[in-house]
Design a protein around this ligand. Structure first.
Ligand code: GAP
Length: 485
């Protein structure tokens, strides 16, 4: 059977909307760019991913506990973390169209074009200049010079009429309280969930009776005023992170970092994502964030290219030491056995929930030629599928409906199910294929005699006859033994 895998992000955008996975925010008002809402199928998928992460990070580990910190935090947190000073992107404005671009990305696109046109030497030379930008005059000045020298034009207007390059802080600011609106009231929407963990490190240590090494996990919203944000849920201004900070004794951090990188890669494969579409990319030493001793991206091969879905970072004692310095509260750990005190090092695993959802949708997408027709199907792991079982009476007859409703009621106790009696059976199967539903159960007249039904499998479209009494077991086995095809 000829199969086409995903070749453009547009297909996922369109399927997400038509099937109710993901909608543009405030669409009836023209939409809000880089903000998205999850629809009925999207929220089920999202919850399944969250639960899979929570189980893998907390439930199966004796020494990892969870928190749910607030989005608003004391403004000093973001001074201590370095975000007020350094969480910036270099941006440049096209004076004609008034559109804003990330200066480094403009140069990257220009380099890509040079390569496509066969000018590899020039592309290498510019890549080198880009990689070393910030080392000559300053980051903004170096990027501006490259754009000017190369006469890089604005992608949309084609104009060569730029402002200077300026640093743009990515944090959203608002005012706290209703009385005044001066700088003292400024508060930020958190740009990462991690700081909510660091500031609760002592509370957790004092109450959860944990001993190093231990971890704190959290799932929650983060906000970044991204300059470039036009790749669907890949780069959003409001998104969700699933982060875990693992507190370790200094000196063991290298080993723990390697262990977590490996574990996290396995987690992505356990979601049913094909191994050949995943890779770990360590950050070169000269590109590490100010807080990191080592870092790697887990990247997925999206239709827009290899891109980060998760970051693993060895953050050393940077955050705890900074919070000690800014709050005056000690962040040390006392090792009773060894009778020594130290500030723990932190290995962080940080995965974007929305990027994970996008990865799952992209990896699951297939178009197959079936009887001269194209079947679009999402072959995602059944444990993640928003609906596990579609239940259909073959035709709209009260006696078939009665048995189908009885089965629906029973299966509902264990699985997410959907009852559907409208349209031909073929159309109903196709609707569920597009929604990624792994099993469909059809009730026909033979079944009224012998209490059996047809179960149809999404991936290979095979059908089996099974007794109603064995349905749950067959579905359970199907979920457990699933392999990507
Ligand atoms: N606490 C570390 C941290 O926040 P990061 O690499 O900036 O590290 C971690 O972000 C993950 O959050 C990324 O790997 C990505 O999956 C997700 N993420 C970051 N910015 C995002 C955005 N604008 N839209 C969607 N997901 C984003």
């Amino acid at each position: 059977m000829p199969v086409t895998h995903l070749d453009s992000l547009e297909k996922i955008v369109s399927l997400s909307k038509s099937r109710g996975f993901i909608f543009q925010s405030s669409e009836i008002y023209g939409g809000l760019s880089a903000v998205y809402d999850y629809g009925p199928l999207g929220i089920e998928l999202k919850r399944n991913v969250q639960n899979a992460w929570w189980k893998a990070m907390t439930q199966v580990h004796d020494n990892i506990v969870g928190v749910d910190a607030a989005i608003f935090m004391h403004p000093r947190v973001w001074e201590a973390s370095g975000h007020v000073e350094g969480f910036n992107d270099p941006m440049i404005d096209d004076k004609q169209s008034k559109k804003r671009y990330r200066a480094d990305m403009l140069i990257e696109q220009h380099i890509l074009k040079l390569r496509e046109n066969g000018d590899a030497d020039k592309a290498d030379e510019l890549q080198n200049l880009l990689d070393t930008s910030g080392t000559r005059k300053g980051l903004c000045e170096d990027l501006y010079e490259i754009i000017m020298n190369e006469e890089i034009r604005a992608p949309e207007s084609g104009a060569f009429d730029w402002t200077e390059v300026r640093q743009f802080n990515l944090m959203f600011k608002t005012h706290y309280g209703a009385v005044t609106k001066d700088e003292d009231d400024v508060i930020y929407l958190r740009p990462e969930t991690a700081q909510g963990i660091f500031v609760n490190y002592k509370n957790v240590m004092d109450t959860a009776r944990v001993q190093i090494p231990f971890g704190i996990a959290q799932i929650g919203k983060a906000f970044r005023n991204e300059v470039v944000a036009r790749q669907f849920v890949f780069r959003m201004r409001e998104f969700e992170q699933m982060e875990m900070q693992y507190f370790v004794e200094p000196g063991t951090d290298g080993e723990e970092y390697d262990k977590w990188l490996e574990k996290r890669m396995e987690w992505h494969k356990d979601l049913g994502v094909r191994g050949e579409h995943l890779r770990a990319e360590p950050h070169p030493e000269d590109k590490l964030a100010h807080y990191a001793r080592a870092a790697a991206d887990i990247q997925y091969k999206y239709p827009i290219g290899w891109q980060e879905v998760e970051g693993i970072h060895n953050r050393t004692d940077y955050d705890l030491s900074r919070h000690h310095e800014y709050s005056g509260k000690k962040m040390e750990y006392y090792d009773q056995k060894e009778q020594k005190r130290y500030t723990p090092y932190v290995v962080e695993t940080s995965v974007g929930l929305d990027r994970t959802m996008l990865m799952i949708l992209c990896d699951a997408y297939r178009e197959e030629e079936v009887d001269g027709d194209t079947r679009t199907v999402l072959k995602m792991h059944p444990k993640l599928a928003p609906t596990k079982v579609g239940i259909f009476p073959l035709i709209k007859k009260p006696e078939l409906k009665e048995l189908a409703s009885k089965i629906e009621k029973e299966l509902k106790e264990e699985f997410t199910v959907l009852y559907d009696e409208s349209g031909s059976i073929g159309k109903r199967y196709r609707r569920q294929d597009e929604a990624g539903t792994p099993f469909c159960v059809t009730v026909d007249f033979d079944g009224l005699e012998d209490n059996t039904v047809t179960i149809r499998y999404r991936d290979d479209m095979k059908q089996d006859r099974v007794p109603v009494s064995r349905l749950s077991e067959v579905i359970r086995d199907g979920i457990k033994s699933w392999k990507v095809i």
